[in-house]
Design a protein around this ligand. Structure first.
Ligand code: GCU
Length: 618
């Protein structure tokens, strides 16, 4: 009987290990228990013993190596400590050799997870951290999460939404944060928390949250002490202040620097940092062109922040659109350390229903804001309780690409996609991952431009359906909401033309850019066409570089976007023999949905714009 149970269990294990539900992400290694590993007993050793297909590996500590860097040579991994060895081990499992060191010390995921388990802009189920159902083992899941992140070099995580509940800092939640931190620590991942600036009032019963008030400062110092007692390597706080209804120092006529510095002083004794977000609008500069407000809001604070404050800014000046020019705040804050915030969750790119590979967006950004101008990188996570973690199997590629670019922003999008495809969909043959269908790489590489084309080509932006941001609403306007939430404000279509004049004849947002971009963007003749309607209000009959009119160009971009998705379906159909049925069907169903949605975008937008372009509503 015992034997029979054993057999059934073994059989079940084989079945589960073969199930391709996406839960193994890019870590689809089969246990081989082959390699003899010498050196310290650590995660690197375990992983290599379990999964490495070579005979032998030596792990060597070399304290002269830079932090987190590794060297893989002649079956030997060298690193400063066990963490570096761990990164080296995952690299070796991917088939990498040679020397590698990360670009940034801070490679952080931002989870917009609420304490009730919901996730703001989450499209893959509920939170893995908060209010998880009793049917799942949270600690097991968090361990898998830690391992996945470690395998791509991510070393920090903010566990809760930037729209933060004050409850996050209560004793019972700090206890939970400690439990999570204990699981993440062996994988080299530090925890951080988003904090609500008014916590001293909501939680501490104080009458004010004024950063210059002695009681308030004392409250934050005591809170920091309480946290560090439980979590000695706690990373610090992420803060969204005075934006979209959040409290902040502005409520007391204090500057961002005054608010940030007060928190910075509280965590300083423990080595903590403050990541202060520049995504601020509708505060002191209400009414100004929204894309200009961050610079207006922060420029006077430049040089006034403590040395443990980092300004965290989204890559573009608006809000994670399919295409935006880079945010000029990166040009303006010359004496303030800065981090870029990228969005992995596809809030404005079809969420977890569209196949859109995001690395090209981030690479485009690094083409303007060179990586060495930044001290770190943050990515808004797309992870939830869904079996495949990210909702769409291909959305896993965005988590993967974020980690790989956070380690090395000079990798190309192609290199990362190719690597991810091999380990995620490939088959292990003769000790190597093989992926037969080369067209999948082309599908991934074309997917972002396709999305731009069928949603908002030529610099159009924010014409999404209200609030949930899925689907088109070019006629969107609601008097009761701020204008900067309304699509009509952004495309400015009228009988003469379309686009937002941000040149010197309009809001002069171009003046916030450093040269050469200031002049380049300001002049309609030199402005890159993919940013044209971001910076200019352009006549429908304007002659574009290809000799056709703007209106003709708009139409052909929408057509092109839809045609691309049709071709993605063909590629996916042809890839069927190479892909397991489970993931193939899941993705196929989503691609059909994507096509339907792309067609809707084309139809709704072109019908609406036609009414202006062809005079219907003149
Ligand atoms: C976007 C998003 C919000 C989010 C905000 C932020 O506006 O839609 O849900 O809170 O960005 O980044 O703070």
């Amino acid at each position: 009987m015992k034997r029979l149970v054993g057999l059934i269990v073994a059989f079940a294990c084989v079945l589960t290990s073969m199930a391709e539900d996406g839960s193994r992400l890019w870590l689809r290694y089969e246990r081989v228990n082959k390699a003899v590993v010498t050196g310290p007993d650590c995660i690197a050793a375990d992983e290599l013993r379990n999964y490495y297909r070579g005979e032998q590996v030596s792990l060597v500590i070399d304290q002269t190596m830079p932090e987190d860097a590794y060297r893989i040579e002649n079956q030997t991994i060298c690193a400063k400590d066990e963490r570096g060895l761990m990164y080296g081990a995952y690299a070796l499992l991917r088939g990498e050799t040679g020397y590698s060191a990360p670009q940034w010390k801070l490679r952080i995921l931002n989870h917009w997870d609420n304490l009730d388990g919901s996730i703001e802009r989450g499209y893959a189920g509920e939170s893995i951290f908060w209010n998880t159902p009793s049917t799942i083992s949270r600690s097991q899941l968090i361990k898998e999460y830690a391992r996945a992140n470690a395998s791509i070099g991510i070393n920090g995580t903010v566990l809760n939404n930037v729209n933060a509940s004050p409850k996050m800092l209560s004793a019972s939640y700090i206890q939970q944060v400690k439990e999570i931190a204990d699981i993440l620590r062996p994988y080299g991942i530090r925890v951080y928390l988003s904090v609500n600036f008014a916590s001293p009032m909501a939680l501490g019963g104080l009458k004010t949250a004024d950063p210059l008030d002695a009681k308030v400062t004392a409250w934050w110092r005591a809170k920091a002490k309480e946290i560090y007692k439980q979590i000695p390597d706690f990373g610090g706080f992420l803060v969204k202040a005075n934006s979209e209804g959040q409290p902040g120092p502005g409520d007391y006529h204090r500057t961002h620097a005054e608010g940030a510095n007060m928190l910075a002083d509280a965590v300083k004794p423990y080595g903590g940092i403050i990541m202060w977000r520049s995504f601020v609008y509708g505060a002191n500069h209400k009414g100004e062109d929204r894309v200009k407000q961050a610079v207006s809001e922060f420029v006077n604070d430049d040089g006034k922040f403590r040395d443990n404050v980092i300004l965290q800014s989204k890559n573009g000046p608006l809000d994670f659109q399919p295409r935006e020019p880079y945010a000029p705040i990166f040009d303006n804050m010359k004496r303030t350390p800065q981090m870029a915030e990228l969005q992995i969750t596809q809030e404005y790119l079809g969420q977890s229903r569209h196949l859109v590979y995001l690395a090209p967006i981030w690479q485009e950004f690094f083409g303007y804001v060179k990586p060495d101008r930044l001290v770190g990188i943050a990515g808004v996570a797309n992870i939830g309780l869904d079996k495949n973690w990210c909702g769409h199997h291909f959305s896993q590629a965005n988590w993967y690409a974020f980690g790989r670019l956070a380690w090395n922003p000079h990798l190309t999008s192609e290199e990362i996609a190719e690597e991810w495809l091999r380990v995620t969909f490939g088959r292990m043959e003769n000790g190597k991952w093989n992926m037969e269908n080369g067209e999948l790489l082309s599908l991934m590489m074309r997917s972002r431009e396709a999305c731009v084309d069928y949603m908002m080509p030529l610099g159009l932006h924010h014409i999404f359906k209200f609030d949930h941001h899925y689907g088109p609403e070019p006629d969107g306007f609601k008097a009761e909401y701020p204008l900067e939430w309304c699509p009509v404000y952004y495309h400015q279509a009228d009988s003469l033309g379309i686009g937002f004049d941000r040149s010197h004849t309009g809001t002069n947002a171009t003046a916030q850019y450093a040269e050469p971009y200031r002049s380049l963007y300001d002049d309609i003749k030199t402005c890159p066409e993919h940013y044209l309607l971001w910076f200019h209000h352009v006549p429908w009959t304007y002659r574009m570089r290809d000799g056709r009119t703007l209106w003709e160009n708009i139409q052909s971009h929408y057509d092109q976007g839809v045609t691309e998705v049709e071709d993605f379906l063909r590629i996916w159909q042809e890839a069927r023999p190479y892909i397991d049925e489970q993931r193939w069907k899941h993705t196929d169903e989503r691609l059909h949905h994507q096509l339907e949605n792309a067609r809707e975008w084309r139809q709704v937008c072109l019908d609406y714009f036609r009414s202006f372009a062809e005079g219907g509503l003149k």
